[in-house]
Design a protein around this ligand. Structure first.
Ligand code: 13P
Ligand code: SF4
Length: 350
């Protein structure tokens, strides 16, 4: 576990990290991207970290790949690429910098490392896991293969490198249904998200989809009744769900998709009021780009994503600690599953 007291002492010796109204004002262009969700006093606290990280990125020839669930100060302040898991994986194949700082959870950093074995991939907090990734091991994949002989294994990218290595192909929430439809065989094993699998099964009725019993701690908390209540309280409310939610929740929504699909939908439809049934940083991050849209709903935070802070990012770049390593033989096999997904996604999009 990171020793935050020592880290703070060490950082204070090298950087002026005191809140600064002047510095915050000089970085008003960055603040403008999160004006609706970031009060100025908070920006004065974050600005010194953002300035120090952006300077260090240049010195270290580093890029920050950030997931849509990062806090607004990370998403808007220090990121070079933002997006859903699919976009981040695709962009990881195009990185030219020497160092990648992954602002997201551990499986995302592993995916970047698998795709860039020669680069340094820094994870600001190794404990930023994922309830889905933790729910299955390579033995679990072997168990499913024994139960359903010959069926291809489609594993969500929210898995460890070992699980990817034991799978035939990966998928994300953006391409899961297309990939399940495209793989050979009448029966398809989907791991580890039972809700994503059940949502996909409804979209791909020509296949028998069988699943592992994993779930996302953030998305399984929403209920169909929550959605109905919000609609009753706010007539005209549009509701968008992530497919990691249970099927009865997705059925209540107007649309379901990956975090990037959700963003695209909001930008295209411009609803007056919308509820994003997903991690609540998502709404904060896209709020300023959609000023006429009112975002409503409960705030469910991902406890793993929220472990990534500006302070930890600065520490990882300063100390160059937290490098993610993947055993090369595991990485070689995992790369096949990830690359098959990327290739198939590109072909399907063409
Ligand atoms: P996306 O690929 O839709 O960004 O989802 C990743 C994730 O972890 C959602 O909980
Ligand atoms: Fe994992 Fe859920 Fe957090 Fe996404 S939101 S990283 S699926 S625990």
């Amino acid at each position: 576990m990171l020793d935050l007291t020592s880290i703070r002492d060490e950082l204070a010796r090298h950087y002026d990290l005191e809140p600064s109204v002047e510095l915050a004002a000089s970085m008003a262009d960055i603040h403008a991207r999160m004006d609706r969700v970031m009060p100025w006093p908070d920006w004065a606290i974050h600005a010194p970290y953002v300035a120090a990280i952006n300077r260090l990125k240049r010195e270290r020839n580093a890029v920050v790949l950030a997931h849509n669930y990062m806090t607004p100060q990370i998403y808007h302040g220090i990121s070079d690429v933002v997006g859903d898991s699919l976009h981040l994986a695709i962009k990881a194949t195009e990185v030219e910098a020497d160092v990648i700082v992954q602002c997201g959870v551990h499986f995302m950093a592993e995916t970047s490392k698998i795709l860039n074995p020669a680069k340094t991939v820094l994870m600001p907090d190794m404990e930023a896991g994922c309830s889905l990734a933790e729910s299955i091991t390579a033995e679990g994949i072997a168990e499913m293969r024994a139960r359903f002989p010959g069926a291809p294994v489609v594993s969500y990218v929210n898995t460890t490198a070992e699980v990817k290595a034991a799978s035939d192909i990966c998928c994300t929430s953006a391409n899961a249904a297309q990939i399940v439809a495209a793989v050979e065989g009448d029966t398809v094993i989907m791991t580890p998200d039972k809700w994503l699998a059940q949502n996909v099964a409804k979209k791909v009725p020509q296949k028998r989809v069988v699943w592992w019993d994993g779930a996302c701690v953030v998305h399984e908390r929403f209920t169909a009744q929550d959605l109905r209540d919000f609609r009753d309280w706010n007539p005209g409310l549009r509701i968008i769900a992530h497919p990691e939610c249970p099927p009865e929740v997705v059925d209540e929504a107007d649309y379901a998709g990956s975090t990037a699909n959700i963003q695209d939908w909001v930008e295209k439809e411009r609803p007056k009021q919308v509820m994003l049934v997903t991690e609540c940083s998502m709404a904060a991050n896209i709020s300023d780009a959609n000023p006429e849209v009112e975002f409503l709903g409960p705030c469910n935070m991902c406890p793993y994503m929220q472990k990534i802070t500006l302070e930890k990012v600065l520490w990882s770049l300063h100390s160059m600690t937290g490098a993610v390593e993947v055993d090369p033989s595991v990485a070689d096999r995992a790369r096949l599953a990830v690359q098959r997904m990327i290739d198939l996604s590109r072909r399907l999009a063409a």
